[in-house]
Design a protein around this ligand. Structure first.
Ligand code: ADP
Ligand code: MG
Length: 629
């Protein structure tokens, strides 16, 4: 028992100990003494005589670093630097020369050459790490900087510290460049890879956008000293890549804006984008020729791609600004977005420059990179907005097209029907007229009252048939003339009266109710024809014992008639097809009834719509404008 208590106590202590050390060790490490030593004064010599090694140092004339600038000869291409390593107590000491401008750097230490870097390209920023021995205190370090034409010197203090710690501070600075630049390059490659899926309208702006992002990324990465210090072998390539990226960016921005915003005032953006594309192509061509000719036309290339390009950039930037103002004034939302992105970039840059001068020492510019991130973001947003807008437009168009198509089909069918109807109706009317004539004759001759009334009825029915045919004949142009005032309740009562026997035959019944004094303007015979069609359909839809309700009322200056049955009902699809010629689900149906009915109701300025549930029943609702007596 005591044993287990002891053991668990031990365990807890061990766990605590582990905890303590994991938390405390970094704290302990950071509280380690000996902070960095900053070396600020060194001696300088401008002697370009071919002093080959520091052992001949007597031949050099040394000056203090402070007076170096004043004594610097014109076109100095060699600079010697020497300083004594201060006393230190470090485990693995190292020296970081954060910045040295030169194309060729050689460091002599401890009597031998301990660092050498030579570049055959213009990039002249060097960041140098040098591990030292623990016993290097008070020894002298010699440094030879060479630069054919351009900057030379060490603008920042030199730091002496633990090698690991130097590396960390250095990495923190430079890594962010690599991350931002790398992210840009990755995004650009993604966009480029997807370019195959983009519609032709967007292809150019899509490619332009990816080129903008790619060139920004490449510029950020290749401008950072990181690559040059760690993968220095390809330094020349990075340097050229920077040039290429730089010459791609502006034309890409212009092409993009031309595509997204428009050609700008006086077509300036389009003209400038053409010029820039040609300029950039020629500049890259120039670079390749220069490379092939081993830098023989370097001066000319420099003049073209740096000095002249500077002016071109300035001019393009002014055109860009003007265009943005122009489009913003026009109320273009994309221009607002772009201005915002560009504005943030400019703001960041200005703040940064002010800050830089205020601090006036070791301040590293970094804010502008985030400005670029904002700018690129605005470009991407504009593009996404464009694509979304176009997509919506496309949907709208296709919907409209579908509607027109349906409409067209419908009217085509109508056309055929009316032609067909016209010919048949014409043929049927002739025998009807003949029959009517003979009935008339019989009527005059017959003496018996009952017989006469039958014949009158027959003639009336024949007239109605002939009228229906006339309507059918002209159903394409429903007639509204001869429209009189109809008492709807009376009309309905007559219609229901005619149809009740038919309903009874089917085993169903019709329930009718209507308010008095409902008036609608129209032709009675047509109205009857329409409603008979509707109610007959209901009767035909009944299964066994069914019920049909017909009622009418007035509401909001409208006469509303409803016909409801509890028959078989219809599906959504069938509902949609109602009124289409030849749509019928009955073996003996014509599929013409509702077509004519809809026409009639339209002709009376009425509206009809159907509600139906399959298996439950159907309801037809008709609205007519009310007409007062
Ligand atoms: P027809 O009666 O000659 O078939 P219609 O144009 O009058 O032609 O009707 C078209 C179709 O609409 C019918 O075949 C039927 O399927 C459907 N229909 C119309 N009214 C109803 C209703 N009240 N209940 C169920 N189906 C109906
Ligand atoms: Mg019918």
């Amino acid at each position: 028992m005591r044993d287990t208590v002891k053991r668990s106590a031990m365990m807890i202590i061990v766990l605590f100990a582990i905890q303590f050390f994991t938390i405390a060790s970094p704290i302990l490490a950071s509280s380690h003494p000996a902070a960095e030593t900053i070396i600020q004064d060194w001696e300088v010599s401008w002697d370009a005589s071919q002093a080959v090694s520091p052992h001949e140092e007597d031949t050099l004339k040394w000056l203090s670093a402070k007076s170096a600038e004043e004594t610097k000869p014109k076109n100095a291409s060699t600079m010697w630097v020497k300083f004594k390593i201060p006393e230190f107590k470090l485990n693995s000491p190292g020296i970081l020369i954060n910045k040295a401008y030169a194309q060729k750097v050689t460091i002599y230490f401890d009597g031998r050459e301990s660092y050498h870097s030579s570049r055959n390209y213009r990039y002249d920023v060097n960041k140098i790490f040098l591990p030292l021995n623990t016993d290097s205190s008070y020894q002298t370090l010699y440094m030879k900087l060479e630069s054919k034409d351009g900057r030379i010197g060490i603008p920042e203090a030199i730091i002496l510290d633990e090698y690991q710690r130097l590396l960390k501070t250095y990495m923190q600075h430079e890594l962010i460049d690599i991350i931002i630049g790398g992210a840009f390059i990755f995004i650009a490659i993604c966009i480029l890879a997807c370019s195959g899926f983009v519609s032709r309208d967007f292809f150019v702006s899509w490619i332009a956008l990816s080129l903008i992002i790619l060139s920004v990324g490449v510029m950020i990465v290749t401008y950072s000293p990181f690559l040059y210090s760690f993968y220095g072998n390809y330094g020349r390539l990075y340097y050229k890549l920077f040039d290429v990226a730089q010459s791609i960016m502006m034309p890409a921005i212009f092409v993009f804006i031309d595509r997204v915003l428009g050609a700008g005032p006086y077509g300036l953006i389009r003209k400038a984008s053409k010029f820039l594309v040609i300029f950039s192509l020629s500049s890259v061509l120039f670079m390749i020729i220069n490379l092939l000719s081993n830098d023989r036309i370097n001066e000319l290339y420099f003049l073209y791609s740096v000095t002249f390009y500077g002016f071109v950039l300035l001019a393009s930037a002014s055109i860009l600004l003007w265009t943005l103002v122009y489009y913003c004034l026009k109320g273009n939302k994309e221009a607002y977005l772009l201005s915002l992105g560009l504005g943030v970039l400019m703001l960041f840059s200005i703040v940064e420059i002010i800050w830089f001068y205020a601090q006036n020492t070791e301040y590293e510019l970094f804010l502008w990179k985030w400005g670029i991130v904002c700018f690129v973001l605005s470009l991407i947003m504009i593009f996404a907005k464009r694509i979304a807008h176009n997509h919506q437009q496309l949907l709208l168009y296709s919907k409209k097209l579908e509607m027109y198509n349906v409409e067209l089909q419908r009217s085509e069918k109508m056309e055929i029907i009316s032609q067909l109807a016209a010919s048949i109706a014409h043929e049927v009317r002739n025998p009807l007229q003949v029959t009517r004539g003979f009935l008339q004759l019989l009527h005059e001759k017959s003496i018996e009252n009952k017989e006469r009334s039958y014949i009158t009825l027959s003639i009336e029915e024949l007239d109605r048939a002939s009228e229906i045919i006339t309507d059918f004949l002209t159903f394409a142009k429903p007639q509204t003339e001869n429209a009189g005032l109809m008492n709807i309740s009376q009309e309905l009562e007559q219609i229901v009266g005619i149809l009740i026997p038919l309903a009874n035959l089917q085993g169903g019944k019709i329930i009718f109710s209507a308010a008095e004094e409902l008036y609608v303007r129209g032709q009675s015979s047509k109205f009857k024809q329409g409603l008979i069609n509707i109610i007959k359909n209901s009767i035909e839809a009944l299964r066994d014992e069914g019920k049909i309700e017909v009622w009418a009322y007035e509401s909001n200056e409208e006469i509303i008639i409803k016909v409801r049955d509890d028959g078989e009902g219809m599906t959504e699809d069938e509902l949609k097809k109602l009124g289409e010629p030849y749509f019928s689900k009955k073996s003996k149906g014509t599929g013409l009834g509702l077509m004519v009915t809809f026409r009639i109701i339209e002709g009376m300025q009425g509206i009809i719509h159907y509600n139906s549930i399959k298996g439950k029943g159907t309801e037809a609702v008709i609205h007519f404008p009310s007409a007062k007596e």
